[in-house]
Design a protein around this ligand. Structure first.
Ligand code: BG6
Length: 486
């Protein structure tokens, strides 16, 4: 179904996000017939370029990021006709009339301002959009993380945006919420009667959330070294995943119904440092090793600075203080240069209360529900069954396995395809509200402070391994282990 007609102005249009994600996502949605005729995409950036040069730039981006069989000539050309370009330095007061002209004043269409820029430009851009009267009642602004580096700076960013755009027009992207399997978590929990009765501390032993990457910091060392894994992945993506696992059933999936429930979870997180000591967190930094099939340098070499204390790996034990989850640890771990690209949520249920089998049956493992977010999206429910054959009652732990690729033949759309169109539709369900972001920082800040005060350095780990040994110890001292498929 096509969306209403819109103009989309992408600030930072010559940057990495626009090339890798936004332009390909818009092209795919155009191909699917969802972008109405006459909708315009306006690239905005400081770099001096003509429309024709920007169109050539966008064409190259599509060629680099979309497989040839998915972009037939005519369709690419039709998409490129939607594009135009405005050279604009967002830190200056001049040049905004060119953008005003490109947006064709007087036309009553949806306006989306996508700020794919460095966050220190969010405030200045919003301010100048306001001063130049470019913000109409049908305007929306989209911003990307990092939304601040702590609570105070996040509030300042939110304040400067809030001066120009009401909260109902602000779309804070966490691209994990646009991933198909993340949305499937809502379907799994709230479209099935099976799980809800056992989705609580009486039946769940613990939850693990792993987001592992094989990549290093690539070309982003400048940003990454000021952020680190806790700010880059845990404050946003991992806490959002934790929320979707832990929320109470919302009354609907309308934006505020869902976001109210997520906010309650974030506010129920027990402070990690005050209650448990900083030893419930582990931070690591990769050293040279082998990853994704080749030798790779260590983080400090990639950075060119021997003294960085920035973590490229975090493991921590989070606890939620409410009726449903008290006493159920949520173990989170994420890192760069790990052995596999793998994101999954593992819910381990409590063991059976008593075994009717004798020792020859073998050990009885607890049931596990594994929700694989990427790659090989799917759901596995690990059960005990009898080993087939005449060998007596021997038990085996095997998965009921649902692979999305095998079950459905449709293409899995990129998160940005869904999210950009949700902005045009005015649907904020998959975007973070201001209070959620700030509640997440409220929980993260004391961890950052404890690390900053500590004289310990992040623990080294060899690239291509599952992080420092302390991450294994973190879960093993509770008598549990990180889930391994197999
Ligand atoms: C981004 C982080 O938000 O998410 C990156 O800034 C990280 O450091 C990326 O690599 C991971 O996203 P995905 O979709 O590849 O899992």
């Amino acid at each position: 179904i096509p969306v209403d007609i819109f103009d989309l102005a992408v600030f930072g249009a010559t940057g990495d996000l626009a090339q890798r994600k936004l332009l390909p996502a818009l092209f795919h949605r155009d191909l699917a017939g969802q972008i109405p005729p006459g909708a315009r995409i306006i690239g905005v950036s400081r770099r001096a370029m003509t429309d024709a040069e920007f169109i050539a730039f966008a064409k190259a981006a599509l060629e680099a990021h979309i497989p040839a069989e998915e972009r037939k000539g005519g369709e690419v050309e039709a998409f490129l006709k939607r594009l135009s370009y405005v050279t604009l330095d967002a830190t200056q007061d001049q040049g905004w009339d060119a953008l005003a002209k490109a947006l064709k004043p007087g036309e009553d269409r949806i306006r989306v301002f996508y700020l794919a820029t460095s966050p220190d430009l969010f405030g200045p851009i919003c301010d100048r959009l306001g001063k130049n009267k470019l913000v109409t009642p049908k305007s929306r602004v989209v911003i990307e993380k990092p939304l601040g580096k702590d609570l105070e700076s996040a509030r300042a960013v939110n304040d400067s945006i809030g001066k120009v755009f009401p909260e109902s027009s602000v779309y804070r992207i966490d691209h994990y919420l646009g991933k198909e399997t993340v949305q499937n978590l809502l379907a799994l929990r709230f479209a099935n009667a099976l799980f809800e009765p056992i989705w609580n501390s009486a039946h769940v032993d613990h939850v693990q959330i792993t987001v592992a990457e094989t990549l290093g910091v690539e070309g982003r060392a400048g940003y990454y070294d000021t952020a680190g894994a806790l700010r880059d992945m845990v404050q946003n993506h991992m806490l959002q995943l934790l929320c979707l696992v832990a929320i109470e059933p919302p009354t609907s999936i309308a934006a505020d119904a869902l976001r109210d429930e997520k906010l309650k979870v974030l506010k129920s997180l027990k402070p990690v440092v005050a209650h448990n000591g900083a030893n419930n967190t582990v931070r690591g930094q990769y050293r040279a090793g082998a990853s994704a099939g080749g030798a790779v340098p260590g983080y400090l070499d990639e950075l060119g600075s021997p003294s960085s204390k920035t973590e490229t790996f975090v493991a921590l034990k989070a606890e939620i203080g409410n009726w449903r989850w008290n006493g159920v640890p949520f173990y989170l771990r994420t890192g760069k240069r790990l052995p596999d690209r793998l994101s999954e949520i593992v819910v381990t249920f409590r063991p059976i209360p008593y075994s009717v089998f004798d020792d020859s049956a073998g050990p009885i493992e607890a049931n596990r529900l594994v929700i694989r977010l990427q790659p090989d999206e799917g759901v596995k429910l690990w059960l005990m069954i009898k080993d087939p054959g005449p060998g007596g009652m021997r038990l085996q732990h095997v998965p009921l396995d649902m692979s999305f690729a095998e079950a459905f033949s449709v293409r899995n759309p990129d998160a940005y395809e869904r999210l950009i169109l949700d902005v045009v539709r005015g649907n904020q369900t998959l975007f973070m509200r201001r209070d959620e972001v700030e509640a997440a920082w409220t929980w993260i800040d004391p961890i950052l402070d404890a690390w900053a005060e500590s004289t310990d350095l992040p623990k080294p780990y060899t690239a291509g391994t599952w992080g420092p040994a302390a991450a294994v110890a973190l879960i093993e001292r509770d008598g549990r282990t990180w889930h391994e498929d197999g």
